[in-house]
Design a protein around this ligand. Structure first.
Ligand code: ZN
Length: 466
C-alpha cells in the first residue's frame, strides 16, 4: 500500500510554553489611558507577524532553526533540506494558529539607567508576543516517494521540538520555547490520486491524503535539557512593582497600571546592572559598557576570541598589533548577552502560589509654593504585597566556555547572586520608596554547578587584566 505512495507530508502541532515574538519588522502605535478622563498617550511597539488567521510562525522562522539542528543531528537529512536558494526535498509551510486566535500581549522592557538606577523615559520598549499556550499547526511536504525519508523527517522534527528549541526574539530570556503536541504522517496513494483526478474534471480536486501514523507527546515542561540549572526562591519584604505601561512613573502622576509579576527580562536587567557595578569596582569605568554606549555587536561567534574584555586591553593590544585592533566585548555582555551573542544564562521566573495580596498606597504631593497638599497631585499605586517567585537560571556551559568565561563567569555569577541573596539588588520600580526589596535568603555555593568550582580563583581571574 505505502509502496504506492508518491507524496508524503508531516503535519505537526506544537504549542508555545513561553511568550513568542516573531516580528513582522513593523513598529506600530497604540494608545492607552491611565484612567477615565485622562488624556490618551501613545506608545510604540514591535508587532508580531500575522497571517489572515492571526499571529503565525512563518516557515522561515522555523526552518532556519530546524536546519541548524539537522546539521548537528542527522547529516543525511540536512543534505536533503537543500541549500540557500536551492529547493530541497522538503517544503515547509507556515505554522498557522490552531483554535481560537490569541490576541497577543504587549510586554514592556524597561531599561534601567545604570547610574541613577531608575527607568529612563526614552528607553522603554514594547514588544508584542503570543502568550504561552498558543497552538500552531505546520505542514511539511516531502517531494520524495520513500517512506524512510518521510519517517526520518518526522522523527527529526519530534527530536528537534523535544530539545526545547527557541524561535523568534528574546530567547535568552526564555522566550520562544515550543513543545510538540501531535505529529502525524500522511501519504497520497498513486491509485487513489489517479481515481480522484479521473473523477473530477473541473478544478483541482482535494488531495486524497491517507493517515499513516499519528503520535502525541507527553505534555512536559521540557526543562532540564539545557545544562545545569540554579534554582532559588525570592520573596519581597514589602511591595513590588513592575511598570506595565510605557511611561516612566513620575512623582506627580497617577500610575494606574495593573501590577505585573517579576519578568525574566527585568530580573536579567537587575542582575546585569549589579554585575556591571562589580566590574566597574574592579576595573574602573572600562570594566563594563554603558547603557547608552553598549559594546559593538558580535558579527560572528569566531570573533569572540579576538575581542578584548575591556577598553584598557584594546590600548594594550594596539601597541602590540595595531592592525588587529578590535573593540572590546565586556564581561557583562559575555555573561548576560549582547547584540549577536545570546547569553549562556537562561532565566525563568514563575510566581509562587496564589496571586499576592494587592495593597493600595496613596502618595501625596506637597505644593512647594503653599506648603499645602496639592489636591490634583494625589496619586495612588496598587502593588502586590510580598510576592514570591521561583527563579531558575539555566546555564549553558558550552556557551559559557565559548564566551571565554570559563575561568571567571561562574565567579561573577556567584558575586551577583550573593548580592541578590543579601538583599542588595532592588528589583522593579520605586527603589527609593522602599519598593522591590528582596528579603535576604540563604544561597549555598557548595552545591550544583558551583560545587566543583574554585570560586576564589574565579574571582581573582575576574580582576585580572588581559
Ligand atoms: Zn558590554
Amino acid at each position: 500500500m505505502s509502496a504506492q505512495a508518491m507524496r508524503w507530508r508531516v503535519v505537526m502541532e506544537f504549542k508555545t510554553t513561553t511568550p513568542l515574538h516573531i516580528g513582522s519588522g513593523e513598529t506600530q502605535t497604540a494608545a492607552r489611558q491611565d484612567r477615565p478622563g485622562s488624556p490618551k498617550k501613545t506608545y510604540e511597539y514591535k508587532a508580531v507577524a500575522r497571517s489572515v488567521s492571526g499571529p503565525y510562525v512563518p516557515a522561515t522562522g522555523f526552518k532556519g532553526s530546524f536546519r541548524t539542528f539537522c546539521l548537528g543531528a542527522d547529516a543525511e537529512l540536512a543534505g536533503l533540506m537543500g541549500e540557500e536558494g536551492c529547493a530541497g526535498a522538503f517544503e515547509f509551510g507556515d505554522a498557522e494558529p490552531l483554535g481560537v486566535p490569541q490576541h497577543p500581549a504587549r510586554y514592556a522592557n524597561v531599561a534601567i539607567d545604570r547610574v541613577t538606577r531608575t527607568a529612563s523615559d526614552q528607553r522603554l520598549a514594547h514588544t508584542e508576543a503570543v502568550a504561552a499556550g498558543a497552538c500552531f499547526e505546520m505542514e511539511v511536504l516531502i517531494r520524495r516517494p520513500e517512506e524512510q525519508v518521510a519517517k526520518s523527517l518526522a522523527a527529526a522534527l519530534k527530536a528537534f521540538a523535544d530539545g526545547t528549541p527557541r524561535l523568534g526574539a528574546g530567547t535568552g530570556d526564555g522566550w520562544g520555547a515550543i513543545l510538540w503536541t501531535k505529529a502525524r504522517l500522511d501519504y497520497i496513494d498513486r491509485d487513489e490520486l489517479a481515481k480522484v483526478l479521473g473523477s473530477s474534471p473541473e478544478g483541482p480536486p482535494p488531495l486524497p491524503w491517507t493517515r499513516q501514523s499519528e503520535s502525541s507527546s507527553l505534555d512536559g515542561e521540557g526543562e532540564g535539557k539545557e545544562g545545569p540549572t540554579i534554582k532559588f526562591d525570592i520573596e519581597f519584604s514589602g511591595a513590588f512593582l513592575i511598570q506595565s505601561h510605557p511611561d516612566e512613573p513620575k512623582e506627580k502622576e497617577p500610575i494606574g497600571s495593573v501590577p505585573e509579576g517579576l519578568t525574566s527580562s527585568s530580573l536579567r536587567g537587575a542582575l546585569r546592572a549589579q554585575a556591571e557595578r562589580i566590574l566597574r569596582t574592579l576595573h574602573g569605568d572600562s570594566g563594563a559598557c554603558q547603557i547608552g554606549d553598549p559594546c559593538a555587536p558580535l558579527r560572528a561567534v569566531e570573533d569572540l576570541d579576538q575581542r578584548p574584555l575591556t577598553a584598557a586591553d584594546v590600548d594594550q593590544m594596539s601597541a602590540a598589533a595595531s592592525s588587529k585592533r578590535r573593540p572590546p566585548l565586556c564581561r557583562a555582555c559575555r555573561l548576560f548577552g549582547a547584540t549577536g551573542w545570546r547569553s549562556p544564562l537562561r532565566i525563568r521566573v514563575r510566581r509562587d502560589g496564589d496571586p499576592p495580596v494587592v495593597k493600595q498606597q496613596q502618595f501625596v504631593a506637597i505644593d512647594r509654593f503653599t506648603g499645602g497638599v496639592a489636591g490634583k497631585k494625589l496619586f495612588a499605586t496598587s502593588r502586590p504585597w510580598r510576592p514570591r517567585f521561583h527563579v531558575s537560571l539555566g546555564l549553558d556551559l558550552g556557551r559559557l566556555a565559548g564566551a571565554g568565561a570559563s575561568d571567571w563567569g561562574l565567579g561573577l555569577l556567584a558575586l551577583v547572586l550573593r548580592d541578590l541573596a543579601e538583599g542588595d539588588v532592588a528589583l522593579g520600580w520605586g527603589a527609593s520608596k522602599g519598593y522591590g526589596v528582596v528579603k535576604p535568603f540563604s544561597f549555598d555555593f557548595q552545591t550544583g554547578v558551583f560545587k566543583d568550582v574554585d570560586l576564589d580563583t574565579q574571582v581573582k581571574s575576574l580582576s585580572e587584566r588581559r
